[in-house]
Write a protein that binds this ligand. Structure first.
Ligand code: GDP
Ligand code: ZN
Length: 315
């Protein structure tokens, strides 16, 4: 049988088969996937093949094969060096919920997030929330930011999770897809998800309560079906959007507007710092690249500590 992993506890996996039924599955034997050293061979979002077995407790599944992943999101294992924990796989898109000042979301945070999404090969969408609360100047600032990021190629939507404004647009984008939500605490993720699917909020709360009480330090993602043909992956206890290793030399490739100009740099391995005839720096001076983006690039490449950083580990 074929199915998708919805939940994992480390040794057991809840798999939804193509016929819509859930089965408790475990793994038999060892899995090695394309050289990934992972503490968990099977992750939420994985498409797996499994067989059913009759045991004393009833019917259980045995996972035999994992289909190749479109993408996956990882976290570095704290204890075991070089081991990674795969948080989720086959994620279609991640929505970053942004507020201007309550709480503030700085462009350096947005840019780090986008770099992570690019590195994971997950589509990112920016949601500017709480548009019911902004004055004229703040609306102008949001328009400026939305244009900046749209010009690079990212979809941006101004929403109000509270009044429901444009939440239907978010819903439309979620149809038939698996989505994740990210953003600083207080930006309105719970309110938005509650607006999208009132019944789900309860479940999510229950889970985070369990985590507060429980002794487990490992948090596992869980996938939920929504009532309108969409899936959400919830990652309780995981701040931001996982961790990614990036080489200095490849960082520029995750800034799409830098990447597009790279061919024009004199040196093929140009870091766009102080090299002569750098197309990125020329574009910056011409105003074709935003200073805020270049500033974020410098911060990441210099490894500056930023209290609002998402977790990017530079190699
Ligand atoms: P989370 O930490 O990201 O899950 O944020 P919450 O959903 O708990 O929201 C934090 C606070 O912002 C709550 O008091 C919400 O009522 C409020 N909030 C969320 N979205 C909106 C919005 O669109 N407009 C307004 N005015 N308040 C909002
Ligand atoms: Zn350059």
């Amino acid at each position: 049988m074929k199915g998708t992993v919805y939940k994992s506890t480390g040794s057991w996996y809840q798999v939804k088969s193509d016929n819509g039924k859930f089965y408790d599955c475990r793994i038999k034997g060892k899995f090695r996937l394309k050289g990934i050293k992972s503490t968990n061979p099977v992750a939420v979002g994985d498409v797996v093949e499994f067989d059913l077995e009759e045991v004393a407790e009833g019917t259980q599944g045995v996972i035999k094969k994992i289909e190749e992943r479109d993408n996956y999101i990882i976290r570095k294992s704290v204890n075991l060096s070089k081991q990674t924990h795969i948080i989720a796989s086959n994620v279609d898109q991640v929505f970053l919920v942004i507020t201007l000042n309550n709480p503030p979301t700085f462009t350096t945070f947005i840019d780090r997030f986008l770099v992570t999404a690019e590195a994971y090969d997950v589509k990112a969408v920016l949601l500017f929330n709480k548009i019911d609360t902004y004055n004229e100047d703040e609306i102008l600032e949001i328009k400026y930011l939305a244009k900046l990021y749209r010009d690079i190629g990212y979809e941006c939507i101004g929403i109000s999770a509270k009044t429901g404004k444009n939440v239907d647009k978010v819903k439309e984008m979620m149809f038939g897809k698996t989505s994740m939500f990210s953003g600083h605490s207080g930006t309105g993720k719970s309110t938005l998800i509650n607006n999208l699917e009132p019944a789900l909020n309860l479940k999510t709360l229950e889970i985070s309560e369990q985590h507060k009480q429980g002794q487990h330090t490992t948090t596992f993602a869980e996938m939920f079906d929504l009532s309108f043909d969409a899936r959400i992956i919830d990652t309780p206890g995981i701040k931001g959007f996982g961790v990614v290793d990036i080489e200095k030399e490849e960082l520029g490739d995750y800034f799409p507007e830098f990447f597009a100009l790279k061919q024009g740099c004199k040196f093929y391995n140009c870091l766009h710092l102080n090299e002569p005839n750098c197309a990125v720096k020329n574009a910056l001076e011409e105003g074709e690249i935003a200073w805020s983006r270049y500033k974020s690039y410098l911060q990441i490449i210099e490894g500056e500590d930023d209290p609002y950083r998402t977790d990017i580990y530079k190699k």
